[in-house]
Ligand binder design. Sequence first.
Ligand SMILES: Cc1cc2nc3c(=O)[nH]c(=O)nc-3n(C[C@H](O)[C@H](O)[C@H](O)COP(=O)(O)OP(=O)(O)OC[C@H]3O[C@@H](n4cnc5c(N)ncnc54)[C@H](O)[C@@H]3O)c2cc1C
Length: 428
Amino acid sequence: MAKQEALSLWHAVSRDRHPRPALEGVLDVDLAIVGGGFTGLSTALHAAAKGLSVAVLEAEIIAWGATGRNAGFVVPNFAKMDPDAISAHLGPERGERLIEFAAGSADLVFGLIEQHGIACDAEQNGWIQAAHSEAALQKVRSRARQWAERGRPAVTLDRQQTEALTGARFYAGGWMDRSGGVLNPVEFAQGLADAAEKAGARIIEHTRVISIDRSSDGWTLNTPSGSLRAGKVLVATNAYGGALNPTLQRTYFPLKVFQIATAPLPSKTRERLLPGGQGFSDTRRNLITFRFDAQNRLISGGMHVISAGADRRVPQAIRRRLSKRLELRDLPPLDYSWSGIAAVEPDFLPHLIDLGPGLIAARACNGRGIAMTTAMGKVLADWADGTEARDLSLPFAPPAQIPFHGLLRYAPNMLLPWSILRDRLEAA
Ligand SMILES: Cc1cc2nc3c(=O)[nH]c(=O)nc-3n(C[C@H](O)[C@H](O)[C@H](O)COP(=O)(O)OP(=O)(O)OC[C@H]3O[C@@H](n4cnc5c(N)ncnc54)[C@H](O)[C@@H]3O)c2cc1C
């Protein structure tokens, strides 16, 4: 497949997948899952392992959504709130349960990879966050302390350590969670799907759920080629749910994110940058992120302001920014560029959304989806198996619609120039 035709770098370089035919006729299961990304697949695996009958319905192919388009950073913490703030926000009992959930999420990902022998270029070498200003440094030091106090392998980094570990200068310091890392997300998703099938789950591709209707003993999911009857239903469509549930659509901000992968870097340059193979992010609002894939391609990403020609222009702008920040005068051209939609929660926390008796939606994106959605699958399997929602480790509530969503949905992308300005002023 031509490089620019692929859905993402990961879809282009991953091993061939075995085809999974569309639904035909009528099928009865305990748990129906809409969406074949990390959320759906991890839930399918954990629920099937409990002995439930499970079917996943995916409109396209496994990992077609954000799961196959992300950067592959495995990040076991929250995008905005630190543990003490979460404890204050949700109360100590619920707060600490959520913190524990996130804290173990990367270990769960790498544990599943080992347990099921998933070949996905996974490296649990750590996730580094570098501070772009003195104020940000104080914040990340406190962040590292709060996670370390809860038993996590979190360490602070001074300016020299940050430079030595990342090759990036101009950072005041940072911190690292050693349990984080990187992987190839498409191969991880395919490995989850294979493991779920081995445990007895049905994974059905090319089958879009058009409607979900209440029936006397559960729910019926209607598709163009058949229907699925289930006692419980998980809607795991993240930011790709479209018209299936308009209420759900108004509960998050869709954020378009671009990704790039350069041609492989020469080994001399490669050795200077992230020699330990970690994932890197900084503290800017307009984040700088980077990592390498197994072929030494430099991978990065960024947001954009919605405008004509952005799809063509933004990947080159990200490449230029990276080349400047990492002082790479001869950064190779792009091998791949792609984009995806991330679902951003107003409070940046994972959520279980109560859509009716036995009907739930789950989202945990916020740029932390690989670790969080995989871990969420375990919690959702408990729910499918009968655990009361209030006893789960994640916030569970009816859909909270965002006022003026029609207008505000564009805010994360439109406010980018303001974010960039604030980043610059802080770093000055
Ligand atoms: C560009 C980008 C970069 C990111 N980088 C990172 C990162 O480095 N690290 C990280 O942790 N997170 C990252 N994220 C977030 C992460 O990718 C997501 O949180 C995660 O993949 C969400 O998984 P999911 O299963 O909930 O949803 P998705 O993977 O989006 O899956 C939803 C699926 O539902 C299917 N679907 C929708 N409607 C229907 C229907 N009616 N019937 C049947 N199927 C349907 C879609 O086809 C899709 O496959 C990034 C996100 C983006 C967009």
